[in-house]
Structures are given as structure tokens and as C-alpha cells.
Write a protein that binds this ligand. Structure first.
Ligand SMILES: O=P(O)(O)OC[C@H]1O[C@H](OP(=O)(O)OP(=O)(O)O)[C@H](O)[C@@H]1O
Ligand SMILES: Nc1nc2[nH]cnc2c(=O)[nH]1
Length: 175
């Protein structure tokens, strides 16, 4: 068990399991996009650790850039997406892969899809480490999923509680 601020969390997905699954996802993406050079669009802050490990497992040429949005406060969605991005890459006619740590209600991903599609990419795919099928309110088709998890708040491996816990190498669930 670990404590972050006022909350206790218990071990949920080990570092070993995360890395094994992320490598599988990188292998699949490499096969699916063989002969192409997609742009990985990491969504800050939460995706930084997943994106780093995923990118290391991808064997085809990729470019990497980042978007920054936020919708969570504490352990709840605000219901609104705050966009702080300025995308410095031309996506026209390029395959784009949005890389997220988690699709929870789907609000953020629906917003991102709308934003990216307007930039004229060849295709838009979604890779997320985690999804919470029982929490989904804004349906979205995810192409690459690491783990489907129950509707409980999680931290670690990029995911935070109130700014903390992102540096944990494994995933923990709210007790
Ligand atoms: O499906 P949703 O309900 O929209 O939730 C998913 C979003 O929540 C998290 O971001 P957060 O707002 O916590 O910002 P952060 O990545 O900076 O922690 C996560 O990285 C997703 O972007
Ligand atoms: N840290 C964290 N951020 C989220 N954003 C959406 N769902 C979650 C979650 O379960 N944990």
C-alpha cells in the first residue's frame, strides 16, 4: 500500500506486466504501420511514461510530438477539456496515432479526435494504456488498448492524484 496526500492506494498492475504489454502494443503498431512513418501524438501530462516505453518498442520510423490538455481535478472529471496545445507538426496526409494513458469517460479523446481530424491526416488511430469500459460516456473506438480496468481511480506510470504519483513505475488503485 502507498499513501499520496490524503489517499491510500493498493498495487494493481506491476511494472513487469506493464512493460510486457507495452512491448506487445509496440510490436503490433510496428506491424500494422509497416512501410509508413506515423506521427505519435502524446497527450500530456499523463502519457509521458507510456509514450516513452511504447516508442522504444516501435521498430518503424516515427515522429513524436505532444499535445497538452487537461480535464481532471483530484479524482473526478470536470466535464470540460482545457486545451493548452500548440501542435508544431504538419499532419496533412500523415498517419497519426494519439497516445493516451487512459480513456475514462471518453470526453478528452472525443475532443482530441475532433481537433486532429481537422488537420487533414491520412488516418487517426488511438493507443491507450488503460480504458474503463464501465465509465465510458462519450463513445470512442480505441485501436490499441493495454488493459481494460474497472471504474476505480488509478495512479502511477504517468497518472497522477493531484499532481503526484506520476513517477511511480507501476499502477496503483484507490483503496
Ligand atoms: O476520458 P476522460 O474522462 O476525459 O479522462 C481521460 C483524461 O484524463 C487524464 O488527463 P488529466 O485531465 O488528468 O490531465 P493530465 O494528463 O495532465 O493528468 C488522462 O490523461 C486523459 O487525458
Ligand atoms: N490519475 C488518473 N487520472 C485519470 N483521468 C481519468 N481517469 C483517471 C484515473 O483513473 N486516474
Amino acid at each position: 500500500m502507498i499513501q499520496i496526500k490524503d489517499k491510500e492506494f493498493i498495487s494493481y498492475i506491476s511494472e513487469e506486466m506493464l512493460l510486457q504489454r507495452v512491448r506487445e502494443m509496440g510490436g503490433k503498431i510496428s506491424r500494422d504501420f509497416e512501410g509508413q512513418s506515423p506521427v505519435l501524438l502524446g497527450v500530456l501530462n499523463g502519457s509521458f511514461m507510456f509514450l516513452a516505453d511504447l516508442a522504444k518498442s516501435i521498430s518503424i520510423p516515427v515522429e513524436i510530438c505532444f499535445l497538452k490538455i487537461s480535464s481532471y481535478q483530484g479524482t473526478n472529471s470536470t466535464g470540460k477539456v482545457k486545451d493548452m496545445s500548440s501542435l508544431d507538426i504538419d499532419l496533412k496526409d500523415r498517419p497519426a496515432i494519439i497516445v493516451e494513458d487512459i480513456v475514462d469517460t471518453g470526453l478528452s479523446m472525443n475532443y482530441l479526435l475532433g481537433k486532429i481530424k481537422k488537420l487533414g491526416p491520412k488516418s487517426v488511430s488511438i493507443a491507450t494504456l488503460l480504458t474503463k469500459p464501465d465509465a465510458l460516456q462519450h463513445p470512442v473506438k480505441v485501436d490499441y488498448v493495454g488493459f481494460e480496468i474497472p471504474n476505480k481511480f488509478v495512479v502511477g506510470y504517468g497518472l497522477d492524484y493531484d499532481g503526484y504519483g506520476r513517477n511511480l513505475p507501476a499502477i496503483y488503485q484507490l483503496k
